[in-house]
Design a protein around this ligand. Structure first.
Ligand SMILES: NC(=O)c1ccc[n+]([C@@H]2O[C@H](COP(=O)([O-])OP(=O)(O)OC[C@H]3O[C@@H](n4cnc5c(N)ncnc54)[C@H](O)[C@@H]3O)[C@@H](O)[C@H]2O)c1
Length: 492
């Protein structure tokens, strides 16, 4: 992993933090409302309009543009309200938008984006546009798109190709539409899962001649980038924002800690107290889930392959087990490994009647859902994103979101933590775009000072007052008073 010593994006002074203080404090009052950005209105979906595929329904926004493909452009005003609500709880990214507006650090950047399409990512997308970029966007997940938000973006002139419930074929079609457009040459990629990078490499390798950099958000996508780099096939610089501190410690951990309860509650109305839960994987996602379920009185088991994470789980008070030891007894099974086939058909054959099964990892192959498509099993759709899989002896398991990311499919993600991650993504794009020649064709971490800057953008919301080092203390610690305050190897 390559570290970058210096920060080049201007204006990263922590002293600027007071500038956002007032608006951020006001913004907090909206926190309850903002959580409906993936709310039941979107989650339950609608009925009649689901019949027509957006691909067969050419639409036009009020400016006459047809360069988008979404469910229903008429829902744009509802989506705009969702974006407004998200903005009010995303002080960091809005502050960045205001500060860099004049400078336009992304002027002439042509960004292909493949992320979840919801109110919070719309705030990021519109920030990139405010900072000078031209963007084309697709969803990285076929279930997590908020159709109304996609409509609002299309209405605002963003070429967006995304709707909730895309087929796999639709998914690749949408991504292709983003990447390939006559007269528009992409020069940056913002990816979440590596699919935009993958498709471009496979179908449009020549485009990489003009790509200045890739910013990747997910564990899975980062893994793919490192594999490319190892194979000598990565021809452009990339920033791994997934492993920046502000992403991992805030976005991943706090988002999952909040949203696992909401996901389970909305879909199953489960009462948590006393339920036995097994969580596969004790990384940041697993840790967040484990902490909140324990807080609700669940009996939590953890499975791990890594002795360090296993020891952490044990010392946090969780029983570390092999799945086979508990699979017959648990009420809820949650995967959070980023791995594949963690839950096999054999495990599902052993689960008790009514066991709830869901996945918090990026990849939809953590649970071997394909193995459930056999003639003796009956699939019964009981709610949107909730299937009962019924065995011949009437035993059933409750599968959420068909094994895809449950929190993004069935729940809300708090705008505030997304603001942290979005600020990181925006800064990474600016850094790669505005520093030609500075980075080689390798995978980099975001410079530490930028991580600190992202955190500082969010502190005013809490009326948090940072202590300043005295000259004497700074000298004693060997630090610059403005940061960075920790070495790159420091683990928070
Ligand atoms: N749901 C969300 O909102 C959200 C947010 C961030 C990341 N993610 C995704 O969740 C997944 C996990 O992310 P993370 O940041 O916690 O990753 P991580 O690498 O920190 O943690 C995953 C853990 O799973 C363990 N593991 C791997 N294979 C296993 C197996 N077969 N059985 C048990 N444990 C196993 C690993 O040792 C590791 O400790 C990734 O796919 C990531 O993209 C989801």
């Amino acid at each position: 992993m390559t570290m970058v010593p210096e920060t080049t994006f201007a204006d990263l002074s922590l002293a600027d933090k007071t500038a956002v203080k007032k608006s951020s404090i006001i913004a907090r009052r909206f926190s309850d409302v903002s959580t409906c950005s993936l709310s039941s209105t979107c989650f339950t979906g609608s009925s009649d309009e689901d019949e027509v595929s957006p691909k067969d329904n050419r639409q036009r926004n009020s400016s006459g543009s047809t360069d988008f493909c979404i469910k229903n452009i008429n829902k744009s005003s509802f989506g705009r309200r969702e974006i407004d609500i998200a903005e009010s709880e995303m002080p960091g990214i809005i502050s960045l938008r205001k500060r860099a507006y004049e400078e336009k650090p992304l002027k002439n950047a042509n960004i292909v984006g493949c992320t979840h399409v919801n109110a919070q990512s719309a705030v990021l997308i519109e920030t990139l546009v405010h900072l000078g970029a031209s963007v084309r966007w697709a969803a990285c997940n076929i279930y997590s798109t908020q159709n109304a938000v996609a409509a609002a973006l299309a209405e605002a002139g963003v070429p967006i190709f995304a709707w909730r419930g895309e087929t796999e074929e639709d998914f690749w079609w949408c991504l292709d539409k983003c990447i390939h457009k006559e007269g528009w040459q992409p020069n940056m990629i913002l990816d979440d899962g590596g699919d935009a990078t993958h498709l471009m490499l496979k179908k449009y390798p020549d485009y990489f001649k003009s790509i200045k950099g890739i910013v990747e958000e997910s564990v899975t996508g980062v893994h793919r980038l490192y594999m490319l780099s190892k194979a000598g096939k990565l021809t452009v610089p990339a920033i791994n924002v997934n492993d920046s501190v502000t992403k991992n410690k805030f976005d991943t951990f706090y988002t999952c800690r909040d949203s696992i309860l909401d996901s389970l509650k909305r879909t199953t109305d489960i009462m948590f107290g006393g339920k036995q839960v097994v969580i596969c994987g004790y990384g940041d996602v697993g840790k967040g889930c484990a902490q909140s379920l324990k807080g609700q009185g669940c009996i939590v088991y953890v499975t791990e392959v890594d002795p360090i994470c296993a020891l952490q789980a044990a010392m946090d008070g969780f029983r570390v087990v092999r799945l086979i030891e508990v699979i017959r007894d648990v009420d809820v099974v949650i995967t959070a490994t980023g791995n594949k086939n963690v839950i096999t058909r054999d495990h599902m054959n052993r689960m008790k009647n009514g066991c709830i099964l869901c996945n918090m990892g990026h990849s939809s192959s953590e649970i071997d859902v394909n193995s459930l498509h056999t003639p003796e099993l009956i699939w019964e759709r009981v709610r949107s994103q909730v299937d009962h899989i019924i065995w011949p002896d009437k035993r059933k398991i409750i599968l959420l979101a068909e094994g895809r990311l449950v929190n993004l499919s069935c729940s809300t993600v708090s705008s505030f933590v997304v603001s942290v991650a979005s600020s990181t993504q925006a800064l990474a794009l600016i850094e790669l775009y505005s520093s030609p020649g500075r980075y080689k064709s390798d995978v980099y971490l975001l410079p530490k000072k930028m991580d600190e800057y992202v955190a500082s953008l969010h502190l005013p919301t809490f009326e948090a007052h940072l202590t300043e080092l005295s000259d004497e203390q700074a000298k004693f610690m060997g630090l610059n008073k403005a940061g960075p305050f920790k070495a790159n190897y420091y683990r928070y």
